[in-house]
Design a protein around this ligand. Sequence first.
Ligand code: SF4
Ligand code: SF4
Length: 290
Amino acid sequence: MSKTKLLWLTSISCNGNAHSFLNYPQLEIFLDNFEFIYHPILESNYTLEDIIHKDLKCDILLIEGSISSEYKKYNEPIINIINKYASIVKKIVTVGTCATFGGIFRQSGYAYTTGLHFDQENPTFLFSNLKDKTISISGCPIQPEALANILFSIKNNINISLDKFNRPNEYFAYTVHNGCTRNEYFEYKVDNHLFGKKEGCMFYDHGCQAPFTNGSCNKILWNEVNSKTRNGEPCHGCVNPDFPTINFFQTKKNMGIPQNLPIGVGKRAYLTLAGVTKAFKIKRLEEDLF
Ligand code: SF4
Ligand code: SF4
């Protein structure tokens, strides 16, 4: 079976996604099936200058990093390089929140730094000509399994169901809260949390954004071992269009009620539930177990 040709193009980026991908546990099997014509870290057949100056065959274009019309590689605007390969590939994958929504490099100083579809209030495709070809995997960084599995699906012509940001539903249809080992503390509103401790939910006081963040961190554990929230650090919503927000470790509140409620829960329903759960005092959940 011939290998699928990938181009990993880095725009304004810290390379965090390229590094995260190196943690993919089945990387050897992956490389038996795919070949990078260019990758910023892994060995590849061509240099970046070859990519820019030659017309090379490529099946899937991976874009990492935010995009600005001012940003260039060897004097060539990144937008020209994207457009050149976008026109010949079967699919484009935006790898990470920067390439998808603009991410942290919106503050890079380059004019109009963005993702392939970024508008903070109303995310919409800026490169609308590329929309039908694009699959987005947001994350800062991405989970390597999500990227590898999507690339295998593209290779095998498997239909990929997408959400409104062109992200695969397989990884983004549910919240990061789903699967966290602290759900019992969430249910009974126990946030007696100290970072790194095994007890307490971090939604009420410590800024956990997982109940309103769509992602798979508690479904696919990082390094097959753990997740941030299981380990005692709040989710910062790194997959979201408005990432990064501020005050990561504080829950924004209005009159004692969290400003952002779990997806699908209205204020009135939240207040009713909160009233009921407050009536319970479950000693077991208030105890320091370790
Ligand atoms: S710590 Fe975060 S992810 Fe875990 S149960 Fe609480 S809100 Fe959900
Ligand atoms: S837990 Fe939240 S902030 Fe951390 S990687 Fe997952 S989505 Fe991003």
